[in-house]
Design a protein around this ligand. Structure first.
Ligand SMILES: [Zn+2]
Length: 414
């Protein structure tokens, strides 16, 4: 019975479509940014469905929603599954919401089949995953995991000066439950891939083994301002010459770690910024990502030595300012195995992979054994109104989630 159990795919697709009506945009996407009226309407609908499915709903002080289905042994820690209902201003119909509604579909399926799991199962919808209205993102899961402090987070403002705390009150989601007090045995998040790998390789399920790490820098080059016409090239101390050499060497360094390294010089500030003056100073941002912390550390050393060598050769000053370090996340072996087992049971083609994007599962993994499942999305396109996932893949992912949760919530019988 358990092995042949399948979700009700029609119901999942119908609910995804109904949720996509809330904040629907002309181009076929959604605008349901965190703590807006549309976010409230989406939350209300989700809770209505959870209560109709017999779940007990709790909202915590940062507005995270938990919906609990009892287990046969209610003293056991629940298995947590879910994602987020907020979207980008020009977001798609699947980013986040798929993980929440697939989780609900798993509970409905267990209800329909009259199956009791040993562990309770809880669905979660995290507050402000996207970070579009209130920066940074991943706030609900971040406060839950102790990454951000609650009071400080409630005081974060949007561009109109409204705080998270005020907006939670306004939409009726400033809950009572203490953030982070709930305990869970394991956590699983299903999400569209938001990248092109599964689609291009013709695979249905991504078994996510971790999330790549990230280092952010400002590279600051200081030379000397000079006249563009009268200063001979060999008399210049030109920071632009420095940045061009350093960038080439960092691109080349990244090749050594292909195909995983990601290097982005996203923003340049040139001072004074005049067409006919050799700049005195240039600052460039560097975003470097890789799944392996050993590589991230090696690259950190390399960047510093490249800066020193190239700036010395040009007679300019080079400084590396570290802005942020997010170490790579490695998901829990028991969660990876549970996803793998479910994919095999269902005969789905799969690929073990690393997530290029951050997700709620990232912070969660520091406090709960956590895993993720990916399904393909068309052309790898996300944070876009045209975001699309094939119904067949969404249903296959739902079934993998169902059997993953069955495995994690019934450890003795699996
Ligand atoms: Zn998302």
């Amino acid at each position: 019975m358990r092995d042949t159990l399948r979700i009700n795919g029609e119901r999942l697709l119908a609910r995804l479509a109904e949720m996509a009506n809330i904040g629907a945009t002309a181009k076929g996407g959604v605008c349901r940014v965190a703590l807006s009226d549309e976010d409230k309407a989406g939350r209300d609908l989700f809770i209505e469905w959870c209560q109709a499915a017999g779940c007990v709903v709790t909202v915590d002080q940062i507005g995270n929603i938990f919906a609990r289905r009892s287990g046969s042994d209610d003293d056991l820690l629940p298995v947590l599954t879910g994602s987020h209902l907020d979207s980008q201003p020009t977001g798609g119909k699947y980013d986040g919401v798929y993980g929440v509604l697939a989780a609900l579909e798993v509970i409905e399926t267990l209800n329909d089949a009259g199956i009791e799991t040993q562990h309770p199962v809880e669905i979660v919808s995290w507050t402000n995953e996207e970070g579009a209205r209130f920066a940074p993102g991943l706030i609900g899961s971040g406060v839950f995991a102790g990454e951000f402090e609650l009071e400080h987070t409630l005081a974060i403002t949007d561009k109109n000066g409204y705080t998270i705390g005020e907006e939670l009150q306004r939409i009726g989601y400033a809950g009572q439950a203490q953030v982070g007090e709930r305990r869970f045995s394991t956590a699983i998040e299903i999400h569209i891939e938001q990248g092109p790998v599964l689609e291009s390789e013709g695979k249905t399920i991504g078994i996510v083994r971790g999330i790549q790490g990230m280092r952010w820098y400002d590279l600051v080059f200081t030379g000397q301002e000079a006249h563009a016409g009268t200063t001979p090239m060999d008399r210049r101390r030109d920071p632009v010459a420095g940045v061009s050499r350093v960038m080439q060497r960092i691109y080349a360094l990244n090749e050594v770690y292909a195909p995983h390294g990601r290097v982005t010089f996203g923003d340049f500030k040139v001072e004074p910024g005049s067409r006919n003056t050799v700049p005195g100073r240039l600052t460039v941002t560097l975003d470097f990502r890789h799944p392996d912390s050993i590589v991230l550390d090696a690259v950190d050393r390399e960047i510093r030595s490249i800066m020193t060598a190239e700036c010395l050769a040009l007679g300019i000053e080079g400084r590396v300012e570290e802005i942020w370090y997010m170490p790579p996340v490695t998901f829990a072996p028991q969660c990876i195995t549970a996803v793998q087992n479910a994919a095999i049971l269902l005969g789905c083609s799969s690929k073990v992979m690393i997530s290029g994007a951050g997700h709620d599962a990232m912070y969660l993994s520091s406090v709960i054994p956590t895993g993720m499942i990916f399904v393909p999305c068309k052309d790898g396109l996300s944070h876009n109104e045209l975001e699309h996932a094939e119904p067949m893949d969404l249903i296959a992912g739902g079934n993998v989630l169902l059997h993953t949760i069955q495995g994690l919530a019934n450890p003795k019988t699996w």
